[in-house]
Design a protein around this ligand. Sequence first.
Ligand code: NAD
Length: 467
Amino acid sequence: MSHTMTIDGQQAQAASSVAVVNPATEGEAGRAPSCSPAQLEAAVAAAKRAQVSWRRDEEARRAALRNAAELVQARIAQIATTLTLEQGKPLAHATGEVSGAAAQLKATAEMKLPYEITRDDAKAKIEIVYRPYGVVAAITPWNFPILIAMSKIAPALLAGNTVVIKPSPFTPLSTLELVSTMSAALPPGVLNAVSGDNALGAQLTAHPDVRKISFTGSVATGMRVAEVAARDLKRTTLELGGNDPAIVLDDVDPAAIAPQLFWSAFMNSGQICTAVKRVYVPEKLFEPLAHAISSVASQIKVGDGMDPATQLGPINNAMQLERVISLVEDAKKHGATIHTGGARLDRKGYFFAPTILSGIGDDVAIVAEEQFGPVLPLLPYKTIDEALERANATLYGLGASVWGKDRERARGVAQEIDAGTVWINQHLALTPHAPFAGCKHSGIGEASGRWGLASFLQKHVINQRHV
Ligand code: NAD
């Protein structure tokens, strides 16, 4: 039996379905319907119809989102299990992801919608009344399917848009469950989920009734989405890849920062857009840091996410595993020193040993490109200016971090890094108190908090002259 899509409030099968692979066993995690062109048409049409009344009643929207949050809350265990089976992450992390999404939905239901009066005097009143775009296409990747889905669905719906979401073909099942759960609290058509391959994403983004695209995925796909959107001047938010540098300053204790630095790179088996993907370390600290972080890496329990002892799960899919293997083999050919790991685990499933390597230049692919896997290159530097130049010598600009005891100095270095977010003595700390945005090729537009909400609203000016 296949999972079901949600179209116009109904649970829908399709004429055909595809197997979703469990990356820990290479068996089947479940089956996802392959949405037909007619079903996609029906989903967008339903969203367009539903938006007419959905946008009019803010209090009804808030009430519906509160109810939807309770329904998700009640299903955390079920959705998290599905997420682990199709994505691979440890069940405790999957549970954290789904409960985080439920909490985000609950909090979003109470967010203030922007409204401004910029002039109000005897002659005129000027109001900036923000209004929704209409139908939003939400397209998500496979690394955090539920959290990223909710970061789009919740603000888009509060803003008065309706949504058609298309999850990654590698992890569609948990999103289908999330949407069918939420839709019980929402009017038909307000939130639709369709599943299928990349071509379905392309059809959805090209649909003339879609007025806003919220896309999270790779830079290459993001560019394709932007091209399609440009032909119809659809608004887009693009959250794309990263190659985050961590710059370690010479006043740190390597042993003290090693565990946190390790998890900043390896959480979710390195499959995080803002994971640390390369570490610049002062020459004099290189040996102790390499030793400390390798000893953390070598003690990690890698395994099936359903095993409570597992700390890191498999790589999500065979294609990504192959990419990580080829990047590591290429680094070896360029003379890399493998401090720990370096190969696929000799067992069924897409497991790769947590790997620390060094001894290569910044031009080697594992450093220059986004590895998106459990591999971390360490790169010694002589001067801080050199480290900054190398950290910035990329078209990515998502996150970065600086690790140092002297706060002023660390802040000074942070200011010089080209990235949407620079953390100091931490990484991955996303928060609704700050916008999450990439610079350069890492994205266009913002997610998170009031900035994320604003990305689903357009400015509507009412300029009244008193007569
Ligand atoms: P991807 O670009 O291959 O796919 C993302 C989504 O786009 C999938 O649902 C896919 O089916 C769909 N898609 C593919 N081709 C399409 C097209 N032509 N038109 C419309 N949709 C299309 O990315 P992925 O491999 O699933 O995810 C990994 C990437 O996502 C990494 O680069 C990672 O850094 C990035 N990412 C970024 C963020 C962020 O917030 N900046 C968060 C998570 C992941």
